[in-house]
Design a protein around this ligand. Structure first.
Ligand SMILES: [Zn+2]
Length: 280
């Protein structure tokens, strides 16, 4: 049994196929997944999917690269907090995500990204949900914003998704209390991922999560060979990580699933978790 803690089931590449994608994941042992909102409408779509499929939970937020399109729709931070707090009242919503900072694409000025990352932290505190953080080529502004929030308000439960930093960045994230989630990118052969692989054995076992970020970041050896990544492929990243950490597959799958349930506040005794265990 595995939990894919980061996917985008509302992506257009899954249109009309989510039922099959969820069923295939389930038969591969991936019995739970958290689909991430990137805008108001995407967050609402994620909630609808989570209501339709017992295997799916929703995260709601505005992705840093979508902020410029979304901000005119609500004007200021207070309205943002209002809209998303309301969405978070739905019990299928288990996280605030995905938010973060991105200096790879130049879609949103960095000051606005930092302002909204701080607002997402505030949303997480108000709703008592953990926050899912995207960080691409933007470690400094992320740490600056997270540290300022930490000093003012104390720790907020969070995860750095698709972790792609080095040991120094890892330690800074762990000091802030964050979980670390690896996607298929950790399996990529590119030399630049060597420093990411160096971090794998340094993450405390109880703070480790796995994800696909599907439809993106297909793990090796399927990268470039399949049309798109889907939640069932999280098993390949999980096996890769288990081997790196010298753990058995069963042990690693059970530990990371337990971590995900705990992180997202889903009781191990909840009916769909029990049901999923009976299937396996
Ligand atoms: Zn994502």
């Amino acid at each position: 049994m595995l939990f894919d803690t980061h996917c985008h089931l509302d992506d257009e590449s899954f249109a009309g196929e989510v039922r099959d994608v969820v069923a295939q994941a389930r038969s591969a042992g991936v019995t739970q997944m958290l689909t991430q909102g990137t805008s108001i409408s995407s967050s609402l779509d994620c909630i609808a999917l989570a209501e339709e499929f017992p295997e799916v939970y929703a995260a709601v937020a505005i992705h840093p690269n979508c902020l410029m399109e979304e901000i005119p729709r609500f004007g200021d931070g207070a309205v943002f907090l209002e809209i998303f707090s309301q969405m978070a009242e739905n019990p299928r919503v288990r996280a605030v995500g995905e938010t973060g900072v991105d200096l790879y694409w130049h879609d949103t000025p960095i000051e606005i990204q930092k302002q909204y990352l701080a607002l997402h932290f505030e949303l997480a505190r108000r709703t008592k949900l953990p926050v899912v953080i995207h960080c691409r080529d933007a470690e400094e502004p992320l740490l600056e914003t997270a540290r300022a929030d930490f000093e003012k308000n104390g720790p907020v439960p969070g995860v750095i998704h698709s972790f792609s930093g080095d040991l120094t960045f890892l330690r800074a994230c762990l000091d802030l209390g964050f979980h670390i989630s690896y996607s298929g990118s950790v399996t990529f052969k590119n030399k630049c991922f060597d420093s990411v692989r160096e971090t794998v054995c340094e993450v405390p076992l109880d703070r480790l999560l796995v994800e696909t970020d599907s439809p993106y970041l297909t793990p090796m050896p399927f990268r470039g060979k399949i049309r798109r990544n889907t939640p069932e492929y999280v098993q390949h990243t999980a096996r890769f990580l288990a081997e790196m950490r010298g753990m058995s597959e069963e042990e690693f799958f059970a530990q990371t699933t337990h971590n995900a349930l705990k992180f997202l506040g889903i009781p191990e005794s909840s009916p769909n978790v029990q049901d999923a265990q009976n299937v396996i």
